[in-house]
Design a protein around this ligand. Sequence first.
Ligand code: B16
Ligand code: MG
Length: 218
Amino acid sequence: MNKKAFIFDLDGVIVDTAKYHFLAWQKIAAELGIEFTPEHNEELKGVSRVRSLDLILELGRMTASQQDKDRWLKQKNEDYLSYLVHMDQSEILPGVLHILQFLKEHHQPIALGSASKNARPILEKTGIIHYFDAIVDGNDVTNAKPDPEVFLQAARQIGATNQNAIVFEDSVAGIQAANIAGMISIGIGEAGILKEAQYNFPDFVHIDTSFIEYIIKK
Ligand code: B16
Ligand code: MG
């Protein structure tokens, strides 16, 4: 059997931090007089912090100095982190722990492939960091999804080929990154949005362990 690497995105796959990103970005947008809706927030999923700010400024047809941008980025992250203070295991999305446990019991390597620079504290706070054999996040990569760098590094750290890497993703950019790398892409969320994924599930509750067994043997 070929060595697999089960790579999990973080925000929107393991935890629902998108709501906190939204609240923090909304404050910045309000300060700048830019209307920022939950629909706009969809476009920021999986996108780096720096790029997210640029997208919000584009939305308001604004340009800004690097100094101002740095200030807003700092402010956004401080605000975002304030929402994470009370985070615990209860914020892990339904069904995720069951699959992590199943993979561990079957001695399958698990990796994180996230754009977030706050990934490690989130995994610690939710008490699941010990499941991960490799953690690659926004601090380790220079190219954002849909560039596959984050997933390539994760598979390399595990020692699996790209063909044997399986990526769980909730963002279009993340699915594209997995596909570009020749990995198995599994969309978590709306199939209509994640149409490019090889497999689609609304959430982890709908992933049967027989499907995971099939992927392990593939
Ligand atoms: P941070 P993922 C991404 O995480 C989020 O989806 C995206 O909304 C966020 O802007 C990005 O991380 C950067 O996060 O500000 O914490 O560095 O989905 O790739 O796990
Ligand atoms: Mg995500």
